[in-house]
Design a protein around this ligand. Sequence first.
Ligand SMILES: Cc1cc2nc3c(=O)[nH]c(=O)nc-3n(C[C@H](O)[C@H](O)[C@H](O)COP(=O)(O)OP(=O)(O)OC[C@H]3O[C@@H](n4cnc5c(N)ncnc54)[C@H](O)[C@@H]3O)c2cc1C
Ligand code: SF4
Length: 517
Amino acid sequence: MSAGGTLRLVLGDQLSHTLPSLRGLDPACDVVLMAEVMGEATYVPHHPQKIAFLFSAMRHFAGELRARGVVVDYVALEDEGNIGSLDGELRRAIEKHQPAQVELTFPGEWRVWKQMRDWQRTLPIPVEVREDDRFFCSISRFRAHAKGRRQMRMEFFYREMRRDHGVLLTQAGEPEGGQWNFDAENRKRLPKGLLPPPPFTVEPDAITTEVLALVARRFGQHFGSLEGFGYAVTAADATRALDHFIRHGLADFGDYQDAMAMGQDTLFHSILSPYLNAGLLDPRAAVAAAEKAYRQGKAPLNAVEGFIRQILGWREYVRGIYWLNMPEYANGNALSAHRPLPAFYWTGETDLNCLAQVIGQTRRTAYAHHIQRLMVTGNFALLLGVEPAQIEEWYLAVYLDAYEWVELPNVHGMVMFADGGYLASKPYAASGKYIHRMSDYCSRCRYDVKQTEGPDACPFNYLYWNFIAENAGALRGNPRMAMMYKGLDRMSAEKRAAVQRDAARFMAGLVAGYPAG
Ligand SMILES: Cc1cc2nc3c(=O)[nH]c(=O)nc-3n(C[C@H](O)[C@H](O)[C@H](O)COP(=O)(O)OP(=O)(O)OC[C@H]3O[C@@H](n4cnc5c(N)ncnc54)[C@H](O)[C@@H]3O)c2cc1C
Ligand code: SF4
């Protein structure tokens, strides 16, 4: 690079060739900066597969840029002089390349946005931050949607998105099938004998193999295994993962979206979130591919609408909520929950089979599907009354797809109800009955899901009633909780005392903390 060009920073979740800060790049005088820094790899103890995925995807992306003649200043983790922070590496690159300006793309996390604003103030050259337009909904469009609403509801936002982007509409502009949402059809248990497709995997190439060794050496002590790493690390392979899902998973996605089964980690889910969130796959491509499958008669409407709602609805909605409300959003604790996160979240060593299954799977794969996150690990933390920040850190650390813009609203709002009902109309609190209905976990559990009290009773059952009683002050007035409070009021005083006693005994037996080693 000759001095006087533009320095263009590409972050680990900005691996898109269409990235705003790469537009207008002049290979003759511009430099792209990419850096593997300790600060980003350790601000929470990320799952080793997440670090390996991002470092390998970054290295592949840098290689693709170089193949197109772009000059890339790529700072690998163990390169001499690596300062270990984005700030340090950006300043070092400015010293080295003497650019006239810096171009950035709006980041995915508030803490990085704060840094970017500092750079605009403190760097000696102009710093432009371009809007990240790799989403369906801009932040200003979301702000317009939210204006004047005290409570947000995904469903109304989703309908607006369908109309804005002309997705799954008839020629008259009405929703395909005469209704916007087919969720009621999407709650089936996995029938015996129905085998989900194997997930799409990629054999690690030389770059990934080298990164896996680096991560094992430097981050091997973090929660999570590196064994069997098979995630795609290029856009080409992420597109193959989408094709695989459309061909083999989409048709049954709707029916079994909420099901959980031992030995079936992925069921009919797409496992596309890591690629969408890192920029390897465009959400528009995923939505278009699903709609095309519907129009060609290859997948039913309940499946296609359900899948599209997750991406065009939920994914965009949580991003809007995050940017509209940060940084205050993270501070709420509407249910005054202050208990510590049990240590078994970091080991999987628990005799509650549903939790052992989901945490064990998370350790093996850095993946769990939505209902496992919401109704098993999430529900349990809600019922226990875990301090929101502690469970938020866990989710941010352990999943391959976790970035704060998408993790925080899901955990803080949807799971913990810490925003007091701003994102979701009621807490997703549930007893063991829900897990029993949607999975086969209870058949192999030492606890009895049919019992509510006593040493063999399913802990979800007494914790559920304890949660309802403990939070009556905050939740009794919520019309959507009326049934639960009717149930509590019908309970005899003895039974109520018994469930509260069992809950207290159970909680007293829990060990907290991040296990050493
Ligand atoms: C407690 C909790 C924490 C979560 N943390 C994250 C996270 O850190 N990162 C993340 O991408 N998703 C998160 N989700 C949402 C969801 O669980 C994952 O997106 C999904 O499990 C990813 O697997 P998949 O690609 O197979 O999804 P599929 O079931 O195949 O769904 C398709 C796509 O829809 C999108 N999607 C679905 N539900 C949501 C949602 N609630 N919010 C945002 N996008 C959604 C994802 O991009 C996903 O790839 C969380 C959900 C909960 C309940
Ligand atoms: S019995 Fe309770 S603890 Fe055991 S698997 Fe079922 S829901 Fe989980």
